[in-house]
Write a protein that binds this ligand. Structure first.
Ligand SMILES: Cc1ncc(COP(=O)(O)O)c(C=O)c1O
Length: 454
């Protein structure tokens, strides 16, 4: 097919995720053709540095032949084996065995949204079979993201995922996200104390005996790459214990080396009651996600369901052998292949480069953890003014970045996200920063944006 006919077919038929359908009909798709390492080539032959690893998922980078081989070999041997009716396959079992720390039971999903949805269903089941059916309410963060399933979208704290979808449900609640750049609290300890107090107040308002769980990402991803102060996660876990509610950490973005260690929870040495993952588990080469359960939750469900009675939760592709074979090879590349170590090294290098961006008239804040970074653009540094929506700054910036050979995430409120593959080198990080600064400068050639700067 020619580029033009691909464009037309896409506009006519493909409903793209989280897109303005009308805008998409008008602009059509940006069509990518191939990738190698941290680089992509579009179908017009333009080379781009992928500063966002696809959708913060291609952590191993593109073109890893050993992963392609692992998938092909598994497809030849056994392309599908169900997990239903007590069947299994070797790669799925080997992968299940790799469950982290004390979270030694795993349910495999197809991605992050259904990992979160599985967690919600299993938590409901857990409280129902352990004699506390009134514990149904769940709390999460404003700006948090937990996918777009029918119920999970209500835990997500972003308005676009609620509007016209009838979420959050009356059983879903949100508290403020810890946001150092925009917080009025005096210091990190005060930010942490405010979150703990707000969680406790929310639980008291609902009634402690009615609250099931608190869901959080270790750092906010899709809500604007916001890094809470160190110790925040631990304090929230401690509060959940005191309140007798489950503590669920959603590591769909932060898992698999994105912030440095294999899991972001390791920064604080903690183990949640349930942990959700996806993306970096297979590095986006094939779909797969998972929800890990602590032994306590698993045993309570198992022992309170009579023998012979099925726990009615399942999906045809849960524990898919090809996805599992890919995940095993991806894990090998992170560990034995040195990608985790390279990500840590490059993440530390990126952290030294980010503060230089603050010299730019549009940059109000920079923050990062490993290879997950946020740059917050403002039109008035003193007042921390977000760019007015009618400037369409994110739209202009994404287009200009692309023209300069760089892909990043330009969020609607002027925050820019970076999450390059863990294989990125220091030289490539220099290119990423150079192209980003050039793109910011190019933004200032637009009169309305230049005029808006205070
Ligand atoms: C923290 C978090 N949870 C859940 C999801 C949903 O995952 P998926 O898009 O694979 O359904 C995402 C996706 O970005 C995410 O960032």
């Amino acid at each position: 097919m020619t580029a033009n006919s691909l464009m037309e077919s896409d506009r006519a038929h493909w409903i793209h995720p989280v897109a303005s359908w009308r805008d998409h009909e008008e602009r059509g798709p940006t069509i990518l053709g191939s990738g190698k390492g941290s680089w992509l080539t579009d179908i017009e032959g333009r080379t781009l540095l992928d500063g966002f690893a696809g959708l913060w998922c291609v952590n191993i980078g593109y073109g890893q032949e050993s992963v392609v081989e692992a998938a092909a070999e598994q497809m030849r041997l056994l392309p599908y084996a169900t997990g239903y009716f007590h069947y299994g396959s070797e790669p799925a079992i080997q992968l299940a065995e790799r469950a982290p720390g004390d979270l030694d039971h795993v349910y495999f999903s197809l991605g992050g949204s259904d990992a979160v949805d599985s967690a919600i269903r299993l938590i409901r089941y857990y409280y129902n079979v352990t004699g506390r059916p009134e514990k149904k309410h769940m709390i999460a963060l404003h700006r948090g993201y937990h996918g777009s399933s029918t119920i999970g979208s209500g835990l997500t704290g972003l308005p676009a995922f609620h509007a016209h979808f009838d979420t959050p449900t009356p059983l879903q609640h949100h508290i403020s996200c810890p946001y150092p750049y925009r917080s009025e609290a005096a210091d990190d300890a005060a930010i942490i104390a405010a979150s703990v107090a707000e969680l406790k107040a929310k639980v008291a308002e609902i009634g402690q005996d009615k609250v099931a769980a608190f869901f959080t990402e270790p750092m906010v991803g899709s809500g604007g790459v916001i890094v809470p102060p160190k110790g925040w996660l631990t304090a929230m876990q401690q509060a959940c214990r005191e309140l007798d509610i489950l503590f669920i950490v959603d590591e769909v973005i932060t898992g698999f080396g994105r912030t440095g260690p294999l899991f972001a929870c390791e920064h604080e040495g903690l183990t949640p009651d349930l942990l959700t993952v996806a993306k970096g588990l297979t590095s986006g080469y094939v779909p797969m996600g998972a929800v890990f359960l602590s032994d306590r939750i698993y045993r309570a469900i198992a022992d309170n369901t009579p023998p012979g009675v099925a726990v009615g939760h399942g999906m045809t592709y849960s524990g898919h052998p090809v996805s599992a074979a890919v995940a095993l090879e991806v894990l090998r590349l992170y560990e034995e292949g040195g990608l985790l170590a390279n990500g840590q090294k490059s993440g530390a290098y990126l952290a030294t480069k980010l503060p230089g961006l603050l010299d730019h008239p549009l940059v109000g804040d920079v923050r990062s953890l490993g290879l997950l970074a946020g740059v917050e653009l403002v039109t008035d540094k003193q007042a921390k003014t977000r760019p007015a929506a009618d400037l369409n700054l994110p739209g202009h910036l994404a287009r200009i970045g692309y023209d300069n050979g760089l892909i990043f995430r330009a969020f609607g409120d002027g925050i820019v996200g970076f999450a390059p593959p863990l294989c990125i080198t220091e030289d490539e990080i220099d290119i990423m920063i150079e192209r980003f600064v050039k793109s910011l400068d190019d933004l200032l050639t637009i009169k309305e944006i230049r005029d808006a700067i205070g």
